[in-house]
Design a protein around this ligand. Structure first.
Ligand code: ADP
Ligand code: MG
Length: 778
């Protein structure tokens, strides 16, 4: 691990560059650097430690000296000197010089010719103390002289006194001991103390120090190689270059030792040596660790060089190593091209993998974004749909509200209509050529019309009352405006019947259809009613769906004919009131219509077919009843209820009386049929008025056809037409008399056709609204 190496480098500045270490696989530090480190730092930093070591060493040397002295003189003679004396005890024991002199004499007989022995009992001598001091000094001086001759380390007599340097005494004793041993061993060669090969020429202190520097070096070399051998299997290969600091090293040693006292030197050297050995071992151990780690790396990556290979799978380490490689040129230099290629290949692979991962992430983000956008779009759509639905609902609600409002109004109008037939009177204007003629109509005011009668017809004038009277100048639109509530009733499921009654030429067809040259302004009730149906159905389309279809038939000579045939066929049709389809004439063409133009086309067709049977002399339209029936089916979109309503728009045959003596043949036949049908209509009305259980609907085709529209459930409106001419006065009066009777007929309440079952029941009630003048004249 490169980190560990860097760590070591920091700790040990003397470490050799990694390149060297890597290349040679030897020590990563110089021996000299270790010594230098210890000398420079270790010595100073561990002063207190050294002191205690020093004291320990001093004591052990003192004990050694004492034991040897006791052994030499015997325990009795050495009674004043304990085997392990304190510094004080040592000094006191040797103060008399007796032991020293005697030992010296034993080692070197006759060295001290005269030894002043101590008195047996000092107490016996009155001034023994003074005597003793003198005697002792004598002994010590003699010892020192003799010792100098033997080249023993010397000391001063005062060293045996208080505060004296007893270590110097110890040194001297131990030197004597050494001398004695040398002598006992045979005394070969020259005796030397402490490895000193040359006898001191001057003082014993300084030369001693200097001479010891070389053996120090030797012993160091010996120790270091020993330790290297111990630390690992690699034989230490000490580079001479690393020893290049030997000169400065000896200088360093010299500086350290120069101010030391000679007796301190051995102790100091020993201490330093111990530290050097310790340091060395430590460094070796850490280097061994480094070697071990790097060799593991090498094995793992199959690379020969450590520190340059990324640890596979560990990106962090890889990055670390890359950084290291960049930092340290040493590494880069040592990496060969192949290794570089290999490494860049690996880096490339890692880069590729990361790029692939990024791509995958990008795709995921894109997909998520797309999903979000999709959801957003959907949300907007849903929101819009919801808005539209709410809008539709609001529209429907308002539509429903409108329908309710409309129905409320209609309810009032229904109340008005209840029980009565509405009768309107319309006066035809003079036809162009004869505009100057005097009108029989004298006065019109609200629902009243006054007819003036010449004297030959009786008294002055006659008044009639109707729901409404329209004068000569009233337009088609004004006439229709009062009919609109009836049209709404059809959409609500009521049956409606609108008749046009009057003598021929009084304007019945004009009111129901219009003049021959039809315009939007002058079109009659038929077109306007259907137009209104379409408008109302459109308005209600959110709540109701309406289907509108029309039939157009003709009753001529008691025969029912279809007026909407295209092929010109003229077959007779049956009236079936029990029809399941709700159609009284199921075989007649039923044409769906959805616009006013559809209706116009069909009406034109009907008019053409009606004219088929007409002869030059007889206008057939005056001799027959025509009936346009509008069938409306409405479905309530909310409840699903189906309402059916129908509207009969009937243009009756001319009501004028026929003088039987004046006509014969076909004309007579026609007149008889017309009289018969209008008489039947009168009978039905009479029965209804008298509340008879039997109502003779079946007596004519007309009453059969209108059966479900004449009664309590139906609403009936009759336009009574009169001509203003004087020569029509008789017919005018008879028509007005008839109409006034009809208007007073009371009927049951109108009811809605909710289903076909109801219809039958409602058909029991019939209104008789129309009678012919023939009927009334009887
Ligand atoms: P009917 O059908 O009762 O026999 P018509 O509707 O054919 O009578 O009318 C006869 C003539 O009088 C027609 O030429 C018609 O155009 C005209 N006429 C009828 N009523 C009016 C009116 N209100 N305004 C103008 N002309 C009318
Ligand atoms: Mg007509």
């Amino acid at each position: 691990d490169g980190g560990v190496v860097r760590e070591k480098k920091k700790k040990f500045p003397g470490i050799i560059c990694g390149e060297k270490m890597a290349a040679e696989g030897t020590l990563s530090f110089s021996v000299a650097s270790v010594v230098k480190d210890v000398l420079e730092h270790g010595n100073r930093s561990k002063d207190s430690d050294l002191e205690s070591r020093k004291a320990e060493l001093t004591a052990s040397r003192r004990y050694e000296a004492a034991r040897w002295l006791r052994k030499m003189v015997g325990v009795v003679a050495a009674k004043d000197l304990p085997a392990e004396p304190s510094e004080e005890e040592f000094r006191l024991g040797l103060r008399s010089g007796i032991i020293l002199c005697n030992v010296l004499n034993k080692v070197q007989p006759g060295a001290v010719p005269k030894v002043v022995e101590s008195p047996c009992d000092a107490a016996l001598i009155p001034d023994g103390a003074a005597l003793s001091v003198f005697q002792y000094f004598e002994n010590v001086r003699n010892f020192l002289i003799a010792g100098q001759e033997l080249r023993l380390p010397t000391f001063e007599a005062s060293d045996l006194e208080q505060r004296g340097k007893s270590t110097r005494v110890v040194n001297c004793v131990l030197a004597l001991k050494s001398y004695n041993e040398w002598k006992l061993a045979g005394g070969n060669g020259v005796w030397k103390f402490g490895g000193n090969t040359k006898p001191a020429t001057t003082s014993l202190g300084k030369p001693f120090v200097r001479k010891n520097s070389e053996p120090f070096m030797n012993s160091f070399q010996k120790t270091s190689s020993m330790n290297e051998n111990l630390s690992n299997g690699h034989p230490p290969d000490i580079d001479p270059n690393t020893m290049g600091g030997a000169g400065s090293l000896s200088m360093l040693v010299h500086t350290i030792l120069i101010d030391k006292k000679p007796e301190e030197v051995p102790l100091l050297v020993e201490s330093l040596l111990g530290k050097v050995v310790e340091e060395f071992e430590q460094r070796l151990a850490s280097q061994y660790e480094v070697m071990k780690t790097t060799s593991t790396d090498i094995t793992a990556s199959n690379f020969n060089k450590p520190l340059s290979e990324p640890i596979s799978g560990d990106k962090k380490m890889e990055e670390k190593n890359i950084k290291m490689m960049k930092k340290d040129d040493c590494f880069l230099k040592s990496i060969t091209n192949d290794e570089l290629k290999d490494q860049s290949l690996k880096l490339q692979m890692i880069l590729n993998k990361q790029q692939r991962d990024i791509q995958v992430l990008k795709h995921t983000i894109d997909a998520t974004t797309a999903d979000m956008q999709h959801m957003q779009t959907k949300f907007h759509e849903e929101f819009n749909n919801l808005g539209m639905n709410i809008h539709g609902l609001a529209h429907a609600a308002s539509g429903y509200h409108r329908v309710l409002e409309e129905n409320r109004k209609l309810y009032n109008q229904v109340q008005d209509l209840k029980g009565s037939i509405r009768v309107y009177c319309r006066v035809r204007p003079f036809l162009s050529e004869r505009s100057s003629y005097v009108s029989t109509v004298e006065h019109i005011e609200d629902g009243n019309i006054t007819i003036g009668t010449p004297s030959k017809y009786g008294k002055g004038c006659k008044s009639f009352t109707f729901n409404k009277v329209f004068g000569q100048s009233v337009t088609q639109a004004e006439v229709f405006s009062d009919m609109q509530p009836l049209i709404r009733s059809v959409l609500d499921g009521y049956n409606v019947c609108i008749f046009a009654y009057g003598q021929t030429g009084s304007g019945k067809t004009y009111t129901m259809v219009g003049p021959k040259d039809l315009t939007e302004e002058n079109q009659g009730v038929n077109y306007r009613a259907l137009g209104d149906l379409f408008v109302l159905a459109e308005r209600r389309k959110d709540t109701f769906r309406y289907d509108v279809a029309v039939q157009m038939i003709e009753i001529y000579n008691e025969q029912v004919r279809d007026l909407l045939v295209i092929d010109g066929s003229n077959k007779r049709l049956e009236i079936r009131n029990s029809s399941q389809t709700g159609l009284n004439v199921p075989d007649a063409s039923l044409m769906p219509v959805s616009s006013t133009s559809d209706v116009i086309d069909l009406m034109n067709l009907g008019q053409r077919n009606r004219a088929v049977g007409a002869t030059a002399l007889n206008d057939r339209s005056s001799r027959s009843h025509s009936c346009l029936t509008v069938h409306v089916q409405g479905k309530d979109l909310t409840s699903g209820t189906i309402l059916r309503g129908c509207m009969h728009l009937v243009d009756l045959a001319g009501s004028e009386r026929v003088n039987k003596s004046e006509v014969t043949g076909d004309r007579l036949k026609e007149a008889q049929h017309i009289n018969k049908s209008l008489s039947a209509l009168g009978d039905v009305i009479a029965s209804l008025a008298q509340k008879n259980t039997h109502v003779p609907y079946r007596n004519s085709k007309l009453t059969q056809l209108l059966q479900d529209s004449l009664g309590g459930q139906a609403k009936t409106l009759m336009f009574v037409h009169i001509s203003p001419e004087l020569d029509a006065l008789a017919e005018t009066l008879s028509t007005l008399k008839f109409a006034e009777r009809v208007a007073t007929v009371e009927l049951g309440a109108a009811q809605v056709n909710k289903d076909t079952a109801d219809v039958k029941q409602l058909k029991e009630q019939v209104i008789l609204f129309l009678v012919t003048s023939t009927y009334w004249s009887r």
